[in-house]
Design a protein around this ligand. Sequence first.
Ligand SMILES: [Zn+2]
Ligand SMILES: [Zn+2]
Length: 292
Amino acid sequence: MTTATAPIRLARRFHIGWTIALFSSIVIGALAAIPTFAYFYDYTWLDWSLFGILYFVSGLGITVGYHRLMSHRSFDCPNWVKAALLIAGAWALQNSAIKWSADHLRHHAHCDQEDDPYNAMRGFWYSHCGWLFAERTYDDGQFGARVAQDPVAIWQHRHYAAIVLSGLALTFLIGFIANGVVGGIGCFLLAGVGRTFAVLNSTFCINSICHIWGNQPYGAKDSSRNSWWVSLITFGEGFHNYHHTYPSDYRNGPRWYDFDPSKWLIYGLYLLGLASGLRTASYAGSETARQA
Ligand SMILES: [Zn+2]
Ligand SMILES: [Zn+2]
């Protein structure tokens, strides 16, 4: 019998078949089905609006929920806010927050080395998306154990597939209500499949572009780099050299004018009383302890 707070088994079972099937579907949908539908029917303002809204919602679910909250504990929030962020993050199809955090914390701990899941030393395409299909010999227990004890993360992990499907079904439902079956298919293709493809690639840019091109104002101890234009498509995550230097800072762009919508959302939640304990670079001395 399992309970809501029972620990998650984290030994890695690598389902390469599922990964290939899932990502092939997304790529074929984005590059073939979406333009084909546009040729015959075209997309409506509703499809494009929902594409934009869900790009924001699922993208911020990753940057604020998966990354800054769960992986780095850069702030605290009530469980219902955490659950909302993890639902939004699951809609980006980047695995459960527990799995995502395990990979991400391993990346910080072993950056540019053999055990770095997105090792940029192996080239652009490997760090962008090739790593998804590589054989892995490690399990998630070492770096995922802390997040795997969080009851909200456990809940999200157990219901991950249902949450992903709910996000895709929502796009079809909204389009269907507005314009029937064809409307549902159009909305599903653009705001469901196309938006997932877009958010996946913008997230991938952090691991590829931000470890290859850009400047290193905070040091060159690893390959992390700042790229202001990547921040434009990733809600502020492009200030990656700063982030690798101060991982627990709730900001990735520390200056007030740095384009970092994720920090603005966190600060907005703080002003509303929905976030607390916002951490900044002054916590740098405890970075190592906080990463694990
Ligand atoms: Zn990195
Ligand atoms: Zn990080």
